[in-house]
Design a protein around this ligand. Sequence first.
Ligand code: PGA
Length: 258
Amino acid sequence: MAEKKDTPMTDRRPLIAGNWKMNCGAPADLALARAVASGASATSAELVVAPPFTLLAQAASELSGGPVALAAQNVHQEASGAYTGEVSASMLKAAGVQWVIIGHSERRQYFGETDDLVLAKTRAVFAAELKPMVCIGETLEERESGRTLEVVFKQLDAVAGALAEHEGVGVIAYEPVWAIGTGKVATPEQADEVHAAIRERLALTSGSLANNTRILYGGSVKPGNAVELMSCTNIDGALVGGASLNAEDFLAIATAAK
Ligand code: PGA
């Protein structure tokens, strides 16, 4: 049985994060981040952008003191050492980053990231006093075989203890893999059902963790579907891919978050 929730859900400030993926890597592309910052006053949502690694330090200096926070799209789980090509959480911190996206389905799918690795990365991010945005979600095959919650709970359970140690700091992004970059968006009912189940599952760790953890939706979020998605009780924001590459679209999504 889920514990009783002890604070009202309205305490969770919406968070809208833009995952640029391997796009917009020229210094001139930081105009996108600047445009987001200049439109930020139109929304009460917390705004985060995640440019490629190579732009993070410059983005940090341009966004410093402003309304838009900065995320990295990945991190290595070790603090330092002989890991050619990798970047540690403390390096991200030094570059001026506040957030790290962890366990995105593209990392799980193309780079073999397991739940254990996602946990190790989550711990590394907390250890550097950064905030993790942990992605979970089922594939189309898993959904069609009725395994959505089984898959999502397994990914969630891997990190729930670590999130509880830093309650309210980390966020979960529920991203059905079949909805990412495909234009197929989960219906608000489909999304909210899984979000509610995730929150109940977090309540098995603690009621306050369930209440204080923001659960973002991701997967083909666009200005045209954002209002409906963001009006769902258990959806606390969005992790946006494609539409985050256009400042106007990203800000329209942010404005939809109440
Ligand atoms: P999308 O990507 O909005 O392009 O579907 C979402 C994500 O991968 O985080």
